[in-house]
Design a protein around this ligand. Structure first.
Ligand SMILES: NC(=O)c1ccc[n+]([C@@H]2O[C@H](COP(=O)([O-])OP(=O)(O)OC[C@H]3O[C@@H](n4cnc5c(N)ncnc54)[C@H](OP(=O)(O)O)[C@@H]3O)[C@@H](O)[C@H]2O)c1
Length: 262
């Protein structure tokens, strides 16, 4: 892996964020990690330290814009920032999505991303350029759910769609400032988020493999990294249908587990 000296990751206490931290951990690397659960965050930090990384871990809620700006602005030079923290929840039996769930998902999966990326963009634009004129790289963990408005998970799909579209649309202007933005759209990854799913998950892969694919794409400077590619293609094609047909098709597919892990 191309060497990156300083990495900041939200949601490092579990799943993909933890796997990313471990993948980046190594001698000479400084990791700035955050999450909400102190014990699990500490566990990730210890494993990264055991691999030789210097770790600065903080318990932080991505919904707290001021605290996020303070953390990111005070981190020093950052080569890579990953806006990974997120929650997943769907609805069952065609019932309306509860307001508290709608608001929690948008606050975490969209505002939380902006609370990470906006201060990171500002900080990186002020950094000295590194090799190839790159001042820094930012990855937003969206989802293949961004490509299709599934009625079983309305807010999750909508928030991921907004996060993906905003990231891709912002990438050009960011690159003009020397900052490379990537939207990462994974399919099903084996983490706490998918553990409650009781339906087939095509292409399900382990978090450590997903982390390697993500980092490879981000370091290659890709604006969007979608994997597995064929699941992304299926979602794109299904979304091309008239909404009524997409809805009928998606109604045959089970959604995310209903309970919001907020
Ligand atoms: N698993 C999949 O199949 C899949 C597929 C596509 C995209 N994704 C996306 O990948 C990202 C990581 O998910 P995962 O699968 O690794 O799930 P996970 O194991 O449940 O991890 C979620 C992480 O986000 C953190 N988090 C949640 N809300 C937070 C908040 N308000 N403030 C700070 N941290 C918060 C959690 O911290 P605590 O546990 O400490 O609260 C945890 O570290 C999410 O954005 C998810 O939508 C997942």
């Amino acid at each position: 892996m191309q060497h990156i000296n300083s990495v900041l990751i939200t949601g490092a206490s579990s799943g993909i964020g933890r796997a990313l931290a471990l993948e980046c951990a190594g001698s000479g690397t400084t990791l700035h990690l955050s999450g909400r659960d102190p014990a699990r965050l500490d566990d990730t930090a210890r494993e990264c330290q055991a691999r030789g990384a210097e770790v600065r871990a903080v318990v932080l809620d991505v919904r707290d814009a001021a605290a996020m700006a303070g953390w990111i602005g005070g981190a020093g030079r950052l080569d890579l920032v990953v806006a990974n923290a997120g929650i997943g929840a769907g609805i069952e039996d065609g019932r309306p999505e509860p307001e508290a769930q709608v608001r929690a998902i948008f606050a975490t999966n969209l505002d939380g991303v902006l609370n990470t990326v906006l201060p990171a963009l500002a900080a990186m634009a002020a950094q000295q350029p590194g090799p190839g004129g790159v001042r820094g790289r930012i990855a937003v963990v969206a989802s293949i759910a961004a490509f299709i408005p599934a009625s079983a998970a309305p807010s999750y799909c909508a928030a991921k769609s907004a996060a993906d579209a905003w990231t891709v649309a912002t990438a050009r202007a960011a690159r003009g400032q020397g900052v490379w933005l990537t939207s990462v759209c994974p399919g099903y990854i084996r983490t706490a988020m998918t553990a409650a799913n009781r339906f087939p998950m095509p292409g399900l892969m382990d978090a450590d493999r997903a982390a390697r694919i993500m980092l490879r794409g981000v370091l290659a400077g890709r604006v969007r990294v979608t994997f597995p590619w064929w699941l992304g293609a299926v979602a794109r094609v299904a979304a091309l249908l008239p909404p009524r047909l997409t809805g009928m098709l998606m109604a045959t597919q089970p959604g995310k587990a209903a309970a919001a892990s907020t």
